[in-house]
Design a protein. Sequence first.
Length: 414
Amino acid sequence: MDGIHEIKESLNFQKANVRKKIEKVEANLGYDIKYLVKKTVDLENRSRRNNLRIDGINEIESESWEDCRNSVKEIIKNKLKISEEIEIERAHQTAEDIDSLISAEIPDQTVDPELFEIIKTCMIHGPCGILNPNSSCMKDGICTKKFPKEFNPHTVATFNGYPHYRRLDNGRVVVIKGNQVDNRWVVPYNPWLSKKYQAHINVEACMSIKSVEYLYKYVYKGHDCAHVLINESLDHDEINTYLDCRFVSAPEALWRIFEYSISDMSHTIIRLQVHLPDNQRVYFNEGEEQVAIDRAAQRDTHLTAWFKLNAEINEARQYSYVEIPYHFVFDGKNCKWKVSKEAVIRLLLLHVKGAMSFEDLRTIHSTVFNTFREACYRLGLLQDDIEWRNTLTEAVPTRMPKQIRQLFSIILTL
């Protein structure tokens, strides 16, 4: 009982300290904390309506994460008409599938006036180009977003990039900034999401595994930004009004606090070319076929450069084609395999003392060797396992067990 009493007293003492700190903050700010919380919630709600970059905001304060998950399931299953059991390989594979989810046309005002107003307000690009050469999307006289698009009678599902969405030339136009624009200026959208949030929501079909590159870069963009505004008087100063703040959601904050890695790389992949004689792959621009052929005839591939390497360096002949990257580096500029000098230089630096130049580094017992590798052989650094033992010993104090096992595996392949 005494322990429980002490815990209660400790909690009451902590509450009193927290209350004093809150009162001190309120005195310094000149605002009530509850008032600021209310303003923050209002800011989040307005931000959600205007720009959906703030994620994870509940519709109401009592809404739980289970409610949020059920809402997502409702969107996926009932609104977007996607079954939970849908086969992955068939998802968004046909033009009909894309058209059922994504539209790139101005809706019929008589059929759905609400959606018409939303698309007119939120989903029309620009206009830019000759209609507005000073638009922010213009670079060197060309729209960086490639607007206006071309009219398309039907959707074409391409698997190397964005699909070519259906954009009928049906005469529907809207007036934006004094200019008439048609379906060529519509940013692709999902009708249900647009009506749900009444905001700019660009929806695209992911047609290739390369789409992960677009998602991957968002991990490194940092936290979302939110503009915080507190009106203290009617004197509006546009420069000093806004404070640039970071919006960090709970999952991201947890990830950062525990210092989990943002990305990881397990292996360095080198794709070795394999081809028949004079059948290597050649890339060219339309109309420049002969130039590309002439250029390819003067450049070696990984395979042809390997042939020349074996003809020039006897040491290379002991390795198969797939083993070459462990011992040589491919010079993409000159299209040839060359000896990796950095590794042998590191070996020399670990053992040679008092060197005053690179030539000194290659000098062993008053003999200047032509290459750093020859100097390593003369010192016996590449003739037995002593260097690999030293490498593992050096790694033990600073590397985790998994990393040491990986290093050991690499040594076994050398």
